[in-house]
Design a protein around this ligand. Structure first.
Ligand code: GDP
Ligand code: MG
Length: 312
């Protein structure tokens, strides 16, 4: 497939030198492992900060950010190169519309990704949200049905709006733990990940603050209330996920077509037909035959066949 021309990643120069150095080091680590392309898919509900996170990560305004729901339906891929390394980031529209999963949006995302390989999924949520409803679980279920359960081995939970003061006297760490546990729980339910599986392959959680008012440290790097320099931390976790031994997700026609229940059922059509022939049609045929044999031939038919000449 023709990849769009990747532009030089100029946005990296927007970061303070300390951040730049960490990023170059992390990408260098990947190159050392013979990885020279990274494709990151960003998904989640609308308004959680997907586009803002894409912009923060690239240091460029490539994705349209909106405080209101006007995202459109098309995903957007942005490619940047730096010292022989290509970074592709795919921003997607939220897949929830009017209280339901927007199947059309999902379908467009799927088709957009055809022939691409997803190295990492950033599943985005807000840290400063308190409620979880059944739709949240449904979003994860839809992603799982679209790309397969294995996508969660390649995922990072990103919690935006991380610069907050927790309510009710909770410490920042306690608040973070409660919120991330809540989100991880519904993710596991939606993806069908069992406790044992999660313990063996936990989904890492990363905090993000996209606001221009994010505090900075003495080196000018953006820091969170817990002191983390979040941009290098996000990239560090992405690199860890890429190196965790799991396979990236190859989006081919097979993945796009199946395993939807309609197609799944189609495989059984020949079997059902054979069954029908053997047990239903054959036995009906047999009984018709029997009926025909045992049936007394009516007089009018004998007459028509010329068998009862003398009788009329
Ligand atoms: P998307 O619909 O998921 O792509 O969300 P957007 O990136 O368009 O963001 C929705 C709104 O939330 C915009 O007004 C953003 O400025 C705001 N926003 C996104 N991330 C953050 C964040 O980390 N902190 C704060 N304070 N605002 C954010
Ligand atoms: Mg957006």
């Amino acid at each position: 497939m023709a990849m769009p021309l990747a532009r030089e990643w100029v946005g990296i120069q927007q970061f303070p030198v300390a951040t730049q150095n960490k990023l170059v080091e992390l990408l260098g680590k990947l190159k050392g492992e013979n990885v020279d392309t990274l494709t990151i898919l960003v998904m989640g509900k609308g308004g959680v900060g997907k586009s803002s996170t894409v912009n923060s990560l690239l240091g460029e305004r490539v994705a349209a950010v909106s405080a209101f729901q006007s995202e459109g339906l098309r995903p957007m891929m942005c490619s940047r190169t730096r010292a022989g390394f290509t970074l592709n980031i795919i921003d997607t529209p939220g897949i929830v519309e009017g209280g339901y999963i927007n199947e059309q949006a999902l379908d467009i995302i799927k088709r957009f990704l055809l022939n691409k390989t997803i190295d990492v999924l950033l599943f985005v949520e807000r840290l400063d949200a308190y409620r979880v409803d059944s739709l949240d679980k449904q979003v994860v279920k839809s992603i799982t049905e679209t790309f397969g359960k294995a996508i969660w081995n390649r995922s990072v939970l990103v919690l935006t709006h991380a610069q907050l003061s927790p309510p009710d006297g909770l410490s920042y760490e306690d608040f973070f733990t409660r919120r991330s546990d809540t989100v991880l729980r519904y993710m596991c339910l939606g993806a069908g990940i069992r406790r044992k599986e999660f313990v063996a392959n936990p989904i890492p959680v990363v905090l993000v603050e996209n606001s221009g008012r994010c505090r900075t440290n003495e080196l000018g790097e953006k820091v969170l209330p817990d002191g983390t320099t979040w941009i290098p931390n996000l990239v560090k976790v992405i690199v860890e996920v890429v190196s965790n031994g799991s396979e990236p997700i190859v989006v081919d026609q097979k993945l796009i077509d199946g395993p939807n229940p309609n197609n799944w059922g189609k495989r059984f059509i020949p079997l059902i037909l054979a069954f029908q022939y053997l047990f239903v049609i054959k036995s009906i045929k047999g009984s018709i035959q029997k009926d025909m044999e045992s049936e007394r031939i009516p007089a009018w038919e004998l007459r028509d066949r010329g068998l009862a000449k003398g009788k009329f």
